[in-house]
Design a protein around this ligand. Sequence first.
Ligand code: FPP
Length: 241
Amino acid sequence: MTDTFDIDYNRLPSHVAVIMDGNGRWAAAKGIPKLSGHKAGMEALKKIVRKSGEIGLEYLTVYAFSTENWKRSDEEVGGIFQILVYYMEREIKEIHKQNVKVNILGDYSVIPAKAEKAVRDAVELTKNNTGLQFNIALNYGGRDEITRAVKRIAEEIKSGKLSVDDIDESEVSARLFTAGMPDPDLIIRTSGELRLSNFLLWQSAYSEYYFTDCLWPDFDEAQYLGAISEYQNRKRNFGGR
Ligand code: FPP
């Protein structure tokens, strides 16, 4: 593969996670409606999913809608879900052709019915695909995810399925939405904000972070490869020396 970045394709991160931030500011800078920014964000996402599959990435996780995003106006929330339905209905054939498997992180039973159905159909259609595992965090919050795991563990102890002595990190991991998946190696956040915003709190313990001022709709394949290239130049020691 030829590109302008010095990337070792045999040493790719297994799992890249992305906080797609800056759609609103991108739209404001252009003097267009905020939802047009989210639409442009969807176009950027299409490029990054395609590129991830092409380079042979195993896992891509994107933060599409957080447990806190419900606080936004009804118009914006409704619009984001409409964009999601559009994406799921129009793009799913292409995603399926790319052998991508769609997974959802988060309790999506509470999202608008049309979006819930579109998401369920996409997960069902792609469930046997063996290429990129594409996780969409929807109504996702890291604290909510950990709280759910704690509740499940408590219930299993109460019913005698698990004993207190059995609880270890792997038992907690096994009850998260990401059960069975590797932790993210690289977390990218666009738009210059330097926060984790309740994203993958447990899983990000040893992740490398890449922050860029680029607003999400402007994030393209070149920016993505640049982030992966920088990741490959970092030295990770997981607390050791
Ligand atoms: C953050 O930008 C973005 C979101 C809250 C929504 C992300 C949604 C998409 C990219 C739409 C498509 C998603 C899928 C899965 C099809 P912001 O609104 O917080 O930007 P701002 O901080 O500049 O206001």
